[in-house]
Design a protein around this ligand. Structure first.
Ligand code: UDP
Ligand code: MN
Length: 344
């Protein structure tokens, strides 16, 4: 008897997977584009996404179609060591969720990719590398950037990571600080664990070293929309295939941003429409939730006079976008004081 042809994704069973994370609907959009880009470039690996409890039903349904595995992670609800760690370090919420990827022990090897990345070619060759392989961070090249890394799931490593996290925290407030602290010999121990920069290319590097981008940019394999302005924070005109209101200089390279949006509008929006059915939803504008948050900030009386203090993560992101507060907290005087304190 003739067997019905199985969809492509079920034919490529393997014990290796690309893994990403989305704790809300915005990052879920990123995960959808990432998943679609990996499928388009015919990965032979499995695709897994960790989601947080705030991801909506329609987003979950679309992720189910694009990923082989959609796993709900609620560290606060886990009742185990992760829960305890989280209680001690509530500031590291998303970080703990990201570390959870080490528990995916039904895979022998994985490549973690941030939800704000997109592949522009097949990158399955990354699975030839060992833990922990990653590309240098454009801001501090002796640290690796944790947007793309090769790792080996292991409950033992996971528990050690949690312990490290609770004891030492994160020097940058996020997962990158924790992982660089834990895998601290990355910079010097084994050059094979240094992924070429083309596996995690961020726009910041384009703007800071344009000649190198002109020379090597065409070889890019993974684009990373690192920083505060993510593709989904822009509005898109699908008829003209343009970004509405232009692109803020120094944040995202316009051609990659358009590539992201083109994939989103042609492949992801039809899937989302199917899930949202008749519910009104503007797929091409930043989500309402985000707009409401912005309005709250703008209408708070206090905010009109003195802006709310920025977290260290937000300040780092502004620095990375070239928006240092030279006259205020990032003034030369303050930097000098900080350096003096460190040197002492
Ligand atoms: N992330 C998430 N929800 C958040 C923040 C981050 O799911 O609210 C996940 C997501 O996979 C994201 C990754 O953590 O890509 C790292 O955060 P982000 O990409 O914003 O950091 P950046 O690369 O800009 O430093
Ligand atoms: Mn990122």
């Amino acid at each position: 008897m003739l067997q019905r042809a199985r969809p492509f994704r079920y034919m490529c069973r393997s014990d290796q997977a690309f893994v990403t994370l989305a704790t809300n609907d915005n990052y879920a959009k990123g995960a959808m584009v990432l998943g679609k880009s990996l499928r388009n470039h015919k990965t032979s690996k499995k695709l897994a996404v960790l989601i947080g409890p705030h991801v909506s039903e329609p987003s979950r349904a679309v992720l189910q179609k694009l990923y082989d595995e959609v796993r709900l992670v609620d560290v606060l609800d886990s009742g185990d060591t992760a829960h305890l760690a989280m209680m001690k370090r509530p500031d590291l919420g998303v970080t703990f969720t990201k570390l959870y990827c080490w528990t995916l022990t039904h895979y022998s090897k994985c490549v973690f990719m941030d939800a704000d990345t997109m592949v522009v070619t097949n990158i399955d060759e990354l699975f030839d590398r060992e833990e922990l392989s990653a590309a240098p961070d454009p801001g501090w090249p002796d640290c690796f950037n944790s947007g793309v890394f090769v790792f080996q799931p292991s409950n033992e490593t996971y528990n050690k990571l949690l312990q490290y996290c609770t004891e030492h925290g994160s020097f940058d407030g996020g997962d990158q600080g924790v992982l660089n602290g834990f895998f601290k010999d990355w910079a010097t121990a084994d050059i094979r664990k240094h992924l070429p920069f083309i596996y995690n290319m961020s726009s910041i590097a384009i703007y800071t070293y344009l000649p190198a981008f002109k020379q090597y940019g065409a070889n890019a394999k993974v684009v990373h929309f690192l920083g505060k302005m993510k593709p989904w924070n822009y509005a898109y005109d699908p008829k003209q295939s343009t970004i509405k209101g232009g692109v803020q200089e120094g944040t995202t390279h316009p051609s990659y941003l358009l590539q992201w949006w083109s994939l989103y509008s042609s492949c992801v929006v039809p899937m989302l429409k199917e899930e949202y059915k008749d519910q009104p939803f503007n797929f091409f504008e930043p989500s309402c939730q985000e707009k409401e948050e912005e309005e709250v900030v703008q209408t708070t009386p206090q905010a009109q006079f003195s802006p709310p203090p920025l977290s260290s993560v937000e300040r780092k992101q502004r620095w990375e976008q070239g928006q240092a507060d030279y006259m205020g907290i990032d003034s030369f005087d303050n930097i000098e004081k900080k350096l003096a304190a460190f040197l002492k």
